[in-house]
Design a protein around this ligand. Structure first.
Ligand code: FAD
Length: 459
């Protein structure tokens, strides 16, 4: 008689050094993939990626999903498949707790869309823990945001926005009565890169949706895009010249730009500003400010700042636990070489900005740190290299500035070259996840299929 051998317990350990990475985003997934391809493949360490979702999408692409101009299927990376091909293990679920003494994290039960439990709550032990859970938007407690504004934090948010946008167009086309003041009016709060890119992308895609036979809508007359910013200019974190060029481009497209406009409240049918003005809007997107996920707040006694980022040394180790690293948007990493901070003892301490290029650089740096840690060698300091910022204005233009020794300071760029640089950041991410040949083949296939596919995706 044959007996079934007992199944291995889920958390069984191999005895190898166990590296747990929480968050498979821009930084975490690159790290898990590279460590899997090296240490995991050679059996030198066990690498476990924990993410609360089943698949990865590069966040700077979210505004394209929201506008309907990107095919998610092509750009989504399935964690389970990625872990199989790149020699790491994947655990689905949301990290909710940490026990530093026992060296394990707590991962909540994972419940599917139909309310069924897929995995129970469990603990995952680590020797080295890397927290890379990103950030979310910060509404600064503004009334009405949670009830009436949409956010662009996940692929599900972006799809929801796209559905509401398309439904708003279909409703307006079908109705017999005149349009209400808020109908087909969009308000985007926050004119950082996300808000600006979304405005430009929406300008184009709303016209394309209407062109699918919704001919009772006149886009120039009926649709309006309002970009609202509390600072005195769009892209306030970037050089003024860049803001001016961007604002001029947006105005040319017909985007209504409100600068120096502080939002007091988001209402069911619009946005009320601090000066009393109300901007009617059917769709409101909150794209201003970031903060780290709330569960990090003083998590197991780790040091956090006022936006709940984990404070780290330049080695990327958290200040109170050398076995725990944090990187990407959820970390506050000193940037002593920041322009304005270097050599000025009176300047406020600067921190690495929450950007995809920082997450990418930190992931590469972490690979070296982990190798050195396993070899018992001293860790190296991470230095953020600011290559500048690029903002895509959809098909209209790309603007940006390039920084650093290569261009001899701060050089403003625009047009095709800027577009190429913008695309290259995503290419580097794809390269880290899939390797050179696959990226080259997929790029070629996208170039071919783009010619035959409709541009706008209706989700
Ligand atoms: C709409 C939009 C546009 C952007 N455009 C640009 C741009 O043009 N250029 C640029 O440089 N930057 C841009 N950014 C910022 C950039 O996306 C981030 O800086 C970058 O993604 C940060 O990478 P990360 O690895 O720290 O976190 P993320 O990429 O945010 O990944 C975090 C991961 O952690 C997971 N996670 C979160 N909480 C938990 C938990 N408790 N347990 C388990 N898993 C968890 C999430 O599911 C996610 O997979 C944009 C951001 C947004 C939202």
């Amino acid at each position: 008689m044959s007996t079934t051998p007992p199944r291995q317990p889920v958390a069984a350990r191999s005895g190898r050094h166990q590296i747990v990475i929480v968050g498979g985003g821009a930084g975490g997934l690159e790290l898990a993939t590279t460590l899997g391809n090296t240490l995991g493949k050679k059996g030198k360490a066990d690498i476990i990626l924990v993410d609360r979702t089943r698949s990865h999408i590069w966040k700077p692409k979210l505004h394209e999903i929201a506008a309907g101009s990107m095919d998610m299927g092509i750009h989504e990376v399935d964690y389970l498949a990625q872990s199989h091909w790149h020699h790491f293990r994947y655990n689905v679920g949301e990290m909710t707790g940490l026990d530093r003494e026992a060296q394990h994290i707590t991962v909540a039960a994972f419940i599917d869309d139909e309310g069924r439990q897929v995995t129970p709550q469990r603990t995952v032990p680590y020797d080295t823990l890397v927290i890379a859970v990103g950030s979310q938007s910060n509404d600064f407690g503004t009334p009405g945001v949670a009830e009436y504004a949409l956010k662009l934090e996940t692929a599900a948010d972006a799809r929801r926005f796209n559905q509401r946008l398309v439904n708003a167009c279909i409703r307006a086309h079908a109705q017999q009565t005149p349009l209400q003041p808020q109908q087909l009016q969009v308000a985007i709060i926050g004119a950082g890169a996300t808000g600006v890119e979304l405005s430009a992308e929406l300008h184009r895609t709303t016209r394309e949706v209407v062109a699918y036979g919704l001919d009772r809508i006149d886009p120039d007359k009926d649709i309006s895009l309002n970009l609202i910013e509390a600072a005195d200019r769009v892209l306030p974190a970037l050089p003024r010249r860049l803001s001016e060029a961007t604002e001029a481009l947006l105005r040319k497209l017909g985007v209504v730009v409100h600068t120096g406009a502080k939002v007091a409240e988001v209402q069911a049918e619009g946005v009320r500003l601090a000066d009393g003005r109300v901007i009617p809007a059917e769709l409101v997107v909150w794209a201003a400010g970031i903060k780290a996920p709330a569960f990090l707040h003083e998590l197991a006694g780790l040091e956090t700042n006022r936006i709940d980022q984990l404070v780290v040394h330049t080695t990327l180790q958290t200040t109170r636990d050398a076995n725990i690293f944090a990187m990407g948007d959820c970390s506050a990493c000193p940037w002593p070489q920041a322009p304005g901070a270097a050599g000025d003892a009176t300047a406020k301490p600067a921190f690495v900005p929450p950007r995809a290029q920082a997450a990418h650089q930190q992931a590469s740096h972490m690979v070296g740190q982990i190798r050195r840690r396993l070899a018992g060698q001293p860790l190296r300091e991470y230095r953020y290299r600011d290559f500048g910022s690029l903002v895509s204005l959809g098909e209209f233009s790309t603007v940006g500035n390039m920084m650093g020794a290569l261009v001899g300071g701060n050089l403003m760029i625009e047009g095709y070259f800027a577009r190429l640089m913008y695309e290259s950041l995503y290419k580097m991410h794809e390269y880290a996840l899939h390797g050179g040949p696959k990226v080259a083949l997929e790029t070629l296939s996208r170039m071919i299929t783009r010619r035959t596919e409709p541009h706008v995706k209706l989700h």
